[in-house]
Design a protein around this ligand. Structure first.
Ligand SMILES: [Zn+2]
Length: 245
């Protein structure tokens, strides 16, 4: 029991026959992201905010083997764990996921170690494309899959356009922060980037990966996919001598 009397191993919080239950969704997302090469070797992670609770994948569990009983649950208001599997460690990404929930009103945040994300930060660092502190790309159809601020309106206008999303003629900009020795030490610079770049749906971490969020799981997941497509495309464009903007 914790100081507030919660059972630290309450299975009722994570066991459900509903495939849309956050604990089940985290497991299925981790398996999918493992398949994409986004969370290899236990790196990366995912968190979902649902009602008053935050559901978190633990540290150190192989992502393709994640089970609901591995999931940590935190009370959003008190920031206290109400379910904490005793044999596991909480994720070092936790303060970064919380930043997306509190500063952006996100309902889901995804962290990947995608090689394409790492490569675009290296190209920017080397001064080979764009600017050191921001990834920029324009006039690519997939930019339309990105919402303003990451949690922009998903309302569909006549013609099928999502009202809250970037248009084909917008330039997509994703800030890049510098990596730190410990994941949790990224919190301050990640929060600063979120405040300085209100239009961004993600923050790249140099030589490390990317944090992407959305108002719900669908929006966060589709944006993570659109971004990864754009990062891969950008690397291939660079190899062919093509400019991103
Ligand atoms: Zn990481």
């Amino acid at each position: 029991m914790t100081s507030t009397g919660h059972d630290v191993n309450s299975d009722a919080l994570v066991q459900s026959p509903d495939s849309k239950h956050p604990a089940n969704l985290i497991c299925s997302l981790c398996r999918q992201f493992y398949g994409h090469g986004w969370v290899t070797g236990t790196g990366g992670g995912v968190s979902i905010r649902h009602d008053k609770h935050i559901f978190l994948a633990p540290s150190g569990v192989e992502k393709e083997l994640m089970q609901p009983e591995h999931i940590f649950v935190m009370d959003y208001a008190s920031r206290e764990y109400i379910r904490r599997p005793l044999a596991l460690k909480s994720s070092a990404c936790t303060p970064l996921f919380l930043a997306a929930f509190t500063l952006r009103g996100a309902g889901c945040c995804i962290h990947t170690h995608s090689q394409w994300a790492v490569l675009v930060t290296l190209l920017c660092e080397a001064g080979m494309q764009g600017r050191k502190g921001v990834f920029e790309i324009s006039q690519i159809e997939q930019i339309k899959g990105i919402s303003r601020g990451g949690t922009g309106s998903t309302e569909i206008a006549e013609g099928g356009r999502k009202l809250g999303n970037l248009s084909y003629f917008d330039t997509m900009r994703i800030p890049i922060i510098e990596n730190t020795a410990h994941e949790e030490d990224l919190k301050e610079s990640l929060e600063k980037a979120m405040l300085e770049w209100p239009e961004t749906c993600a923050v790249l971490v140099r030589r490390h990966g990317v944090y992407v969020w959305g108002k719900d799981v669908t929006q966060a997941k589709t944006q993570a996919e659109s971004l990864d497509y754009l990062f891969q495309l950008a690397v291939e464009m660079h190899k062919l001598g093509l400019k991103w903007t």
